[in-house]
Design a binder for this molecule. Structure first.
Ligand code: SAM
Length: 275
């Protein structure tokens, strides 16, 4: 019998994946978690029916959410990842030798536990001695830490349920205070194709808090519309004009120095959204 996962990306459009095997299915305190082995994308983490990351395309998201802010900051030493329990962002962050400590603050310990078991290619750096895994709410964690992190990465689920408070002006004010003097923040901010209003409001909320606010796009096959936005808020350094002349070479599959600059060139409909 054939098994397919159907992810409803909006009420009237869905993406389907042929499933070879269900490796885990658990109800956690926060969500319905599944790790599936699929024919087209390999193993994938699915939360509440929504694909979070897959072995075959995870590099796009994790490289772009990490290397854009880390190569923009002149000397990132301490990094916070909010959400991101699969460990992919931490793996990329720890490729930067300047990083002395990377804290992962994930609300759901089961995500970390199961990704360590079933997605080791993604979660491998969670055991690195420079990484601290903290299980708790990112909103509370950010509120309780002031002037501490050089880079904050918000690698969250969509803006519903536990992640709702990770989007919007009041959280961005807390993020601003949690960052050091030259601090930079980045968040995944959904697709402008299906959710233009979310992209627009998140960008304007970030802009009200950060002196430099930029949006860039990346092509991620398993995310709705395949075209995803990231919003960067920075106290000082402009990611689009970052000095990349002295950056070290790290191994990547999607990120390049040329793309670092080019990804900020937006299609007109996206540019219009954030005007
Ligand atoms: N790359 C993914 C995407 O955009 O689809 C995000 C993946 S990552 C697994 C998202 C994580 O954010 C989930 O594991 C979820 O448990 C976590 N999360 C949601 N709300 C949170 C909160 N308030 N504090 C910390 N983590 C949270």
């Amino acid at each position: 019998m054939e098994m397919w996962l159907k992810e409803e990306q909006i009420e009237s459009a869905a993406m389907t994946y042929k499933v070879k095997e269900t490796l885990v299915r658990r109800k956690t305190d926060f969500q319905d978690l599944a790790i599936l082995d699929t024919e087209a994308f390999g193993r994938m983490l699915v939360l509440d029916g929504i694909v979070q990351t897959t072995i075959n395309d995870e590099y796009v998201y994790h490289e772009m959410i990490s290397h854009i802010p880390l190569f923009t900051h002149p000397n990132p030493k301490k990094v916070l990842v909010v959400g991101g329990g699969d460990g992919g962002a931490i793996r990329e962050v720890l490729k930067h030798p300047s990083v002395e400590k990377a804290v992962l603050c994930e609300i759901d310990g089961v995500v970390v536990e199961e990704c360590k078991k079933h997605l080791p290619e993604i979660s491998c750096a969670l055991e690195d001695p420079r990484c601290e895994v903290f299980i708790g709410d990112g909103i509370k964690y950010v509120h309780e830490h002031k002037n501490e992190f050089d880079v904050i990465i918000v690698d969250s689920t969509d803006p519903f349920g536990a992640a709702e408070g990770l989007f919007g002006g009041s959280f961005y004010k807390e993020i601003y205070e949690c960052l050091t003097e030259e601090g930079i923040f980045i968040a995944q901010t959904e697709t402008p194709f299906y959710l233009p209003e979310v992209v627009k409001s998140v960008f304007s909320d970030a802009k009200a808090v950060f002196p430099v606010t930029k949006l860039f796009m990346a092509a991620i096959p398993t995310y709705p519309s395949g075209y995803w936005s990231f919003t960067v808020g920075s106290k000082k350094h402009d990611p689009e004009n970052a000095d990349l002349s002295k950056t070290i070479d790290i191994s990547t599959k999607y990120y390049t120095k040329k793309l670092h600059k080019a990804c900020f060139s937006l299609p007109k409909y996206v540019e219009d959204l954030i005007k």
